[in-house]
Design a protein around this ligand. Structure first.
Ligand code: GLN
Length: 200
């Protein structure tokens, strides 16, 4: 088998895609900005960044990306962070363009105005599979959604202490309420690269 570097795209319509690209390049992955359907060709996986899920959805619709993204996600790895997790979900409790790939229900802006942003250490047992696992993951939440429930093949990866779900996985699909691209801890990106390489 010929080894080539993993090629991961980052949907670059709106939001903090540049930060994801920086982390990916830091772990030796070829990272590309995606704005057009044909830029999905040849990718091993795609990250949908945080930002504003309604804007990302609307732009994806305008750019003819909704169906190509759905097709991509039926075969390849896709990770949505924050707004990206909302966009990946089947149900956001309101009407907005969604990819409907992950069998999760999300609640947007679940932490309200008062606690719009916070940071917390999370136990994420799945990260034991990547280098440097075994200690808590420091997570940054910014006007974050909650994963209200996981259904079907989706499973919980991380919860807050009170049991509310903030990370989930369904095969090669990954959703996190928080922003792993902002903390300098690249374990979630390494974990996603494992999924993109077929090790789900
Ligand atoms: N509140 C945003 C939304 O509903 C998500 C915020 C974020 O991505 N940091 O889309």
């Amino acid at each position: 088998m010929v080894h080539r570097p993993m090629k991961i795209g980052v949907l670059a319509l709106q939001g903090d895609f540049a930060e994801h690209i920086t982390v990916l390049r830091g772990i030796g992955v070829e990272a590309l900005e995606v704005r057009l359907p044909e830029q999905l060709d040849g990718l091993d996986g795609l990250i949908i960044p945080g930002g504003e899920s309604t804007t990302i959805g609307k732009l994806a619709e305008d750019f003819g990306l909704l169906e190509p993204l759905r097709q991509f996600g039926r075969q390849k790895a896709v990770w949505g962070t924050c707004a990206g997790a909302i966009f990946l979900s089947k149900d956001a409790n309101r009407s907005q363009p969604l990819l409907s790939l992950m069998d999760i229900v999300v609640e947007r802006n679940a932490f309200g105005r008062q606690v719009a942003s916070f940071e917390i250490d999370l136990e994420v047992p799945a990260l034991d599979r990547v280098n440097g696992g075994g200690h808590p993951y420091h997570a940054v939440f910014i006007r974050a959604p909650l994963i209200e429930s996981v259904r079907g093949d989706a499973r919980v990866l991380a919860k807050l202490e009170d049991g509310r779900i903030v990370a989930a996985q369904q095969g090669k699909l990954l959703a996190t309420s928080f922003h792993p691209e902002l903390t300098g801890d690249d374990r979630f990106h390494r974990y996603f690269v494992l999924l993109a390489g077929g090790q789900s």
